[in-house]
Design a protein around this ligand. Sequence first.
Ligand code: PRP
Length: 221
Amino acid sequence: MSDQFTLAVAKGRILNESLPLLAAAGIRPSEDPQKSRRLILETNVPGVRLMVIRSADVPTFVQFGAADLGIVGKDVLMEHDGEDLYEMLDLGIARCRLMVAEPSTLAATDDPAQWRRLRIATKYVHTTRRHFAAKGIQTEVIKLYGSMELAPLAGLADRIVDLVDTGNTLRANGLVEVEKITDISARLIANRAALKMRHQAVQELVNKLAAAVASAAGPGE
Ligand code: PRP
């Protein structure tokens, strides 16, 4: 059947904010994904299934065709070096920004225009290297898997690259934003083969989600 597909959704904030958009597109999981321990959920649409997985794994499932479509943050997509992935739609949800941050004490005298060599702790190793290489700034990037804010406090690195939303986590740890790398939001991605084989089903979903995104944004946006 041409309208069968599997959609992999990053669990957490992206899943929570995706569910209303999917509902507006006519797709509702048959059980509550926030409560269920099932990893693959059927939906009210026969043949359409949801996978709820860790965000860093969404591009991998879609790249290898184990999921036809995915919903994942732009931060994860930028960090994933894979082919056969197409970004179909900016869903406008789970918005935040990828920032360089440092202790406020350092920021008091720091001038980003003078940066030549930086030591940075982050889980966004590739994105960080790319960003600074494009500016001709040398970096020593230390890979962490979470709680990047701890690195300057513990003397591991002077600066971090991390997602910032409200800024509360930075403030609570005496850090300030010093440079924006990019704005982030969740994206709908598709596998190249699925785009060809299930073109109509994918395009229909893209159209419905685009309408849901536009109506969630409201007039004037
Ligand atoms: C993210 C990010 C920051 C925090 C920013 O962490 O890594 O630590 O949220 O949000 P704020 O600006 O509103 O304080 P998350 O809670 O997603 O967990 P993670 O460290 O596992 O990424």
